[in-house]
Design a protein around this ligand. Sequence first.
Ligand code: HGY
Ligand code: MN
Ligand code: MN
Length: 429
Amino acid sequence: MTETLISPPATSLRIDGGRLLRRIRELGSIGVDPATGGITRPGFGPADQEARTYLIGQARAAGLTAGVDAAGNVIMRRPLPDDSAGQRTAVLMGSHLDTVVNGGPLDGAYGVLAALEVLQCCAEAGLETPYEPVAVGFANEEGALFPQPFWGSMALAGRLDALPGEPADHHGRPLRKALEEAGGNLDALGTAAWSPGSVAAYLELHIEQGPVLERAGTQIGVVEAITGRAVLTLRIQGSAGHSGTTPMEGRRDAMVAAALVVVAAESISGGQDLCRVATVGHLDAYPNTPNTIAGAVTLTVDLRDTDPVRLRSAEEAMRGALRRIADRTGTGITVTALTRSEPVATHAPLRAAIALSSEELGLSHLPLPSGAGHDAQVVADIAPIAMIFVPSIGGVSHVPEEDTHPEHLVGGANVLLHTVLRTLGHTPQ
Ligand code: HGY
Ligand code: MN
Ligand code: MN
């Protein structure tokens, strides 16, 4: 495949920028919180289902086929006269449809809609290519409601053993029904898996979510590697009690233990510099009332680094800190869930194709790592991967202010188009 990646200039073809921006606006209106302007479309929640219906509607109105696989991923293809869909090796492109709570309109959505746009361009141009372009909207990448991040891409990559048998959300509600409503089927999850060899390459266009491109005044990021991540979900079990009558001596205060966990996580990345970043972003206390000592707390510790050795040592250090904190506070601390995603390097020939396509389109580009996790690092199990970034205004994401200049959104989608055409083995007429 490498030889086709550095083929001559792909084509004068361009995406329909107005159509892409219109779809970004329309999808961005689903799940908006009028009070904050943020978007809340957690995977397999009602707004996520509305987004899935919107995407399928847009694809079908464009004359493409669109369906939902057993994991809830939306798979979009060109209708093929000889019904050879799925018979040929595919070039897969896409991102995730879901969002975090109170997030922005571009994280995930931009890459899904750009992939739809590129697929529609290929169809409208009637391009015949050795590989079949396929667009995907992955389900539940964030894990904001059902805490199994990368759910859809793990199913597509066949990593089913790493998924819980009966997934449930943070409140214990089973995923089975919500997945069925999305068009999926927990009992047939294996049918969502693509075999290694069936995908020639996976390309994901995404906002950078950080400040590097904007600070450098550069239009395109060529991602070199995607960070590894270990997310530990903890349950701290203490003893609830009256805040006024219970002496400090002998308390088993789960909130004190949780506070020590937060400080320990911060010290692992800042002080001991064991991993690049560590974050406690989710914390639920019970009974969560001002005059009762917290009997239980659930929280998550999110550790990240592009070096697998540093990531493992950070996780070990965190587990050691948990043991010490449990002893000191007399609480019980258990790791109730652990999701690990290994750091992954992108495919050099695909990186070269992105750089060449950017230059062809007159766009500046620079190589950079991704501090965010992405479905691409899971799909890397079955195919060579690459990621294209566009600048984030102010370098922010996972907040309502998440934004990117329209010309960067259109430029990034054109780079995706040209890179896909190169990867498809398309030779310009
Ligand atoms: O958390 C992440 O890095 C991604 O947004 N899921
Ligand atoms: Mn995200
Ligand atoms: Mn994302």
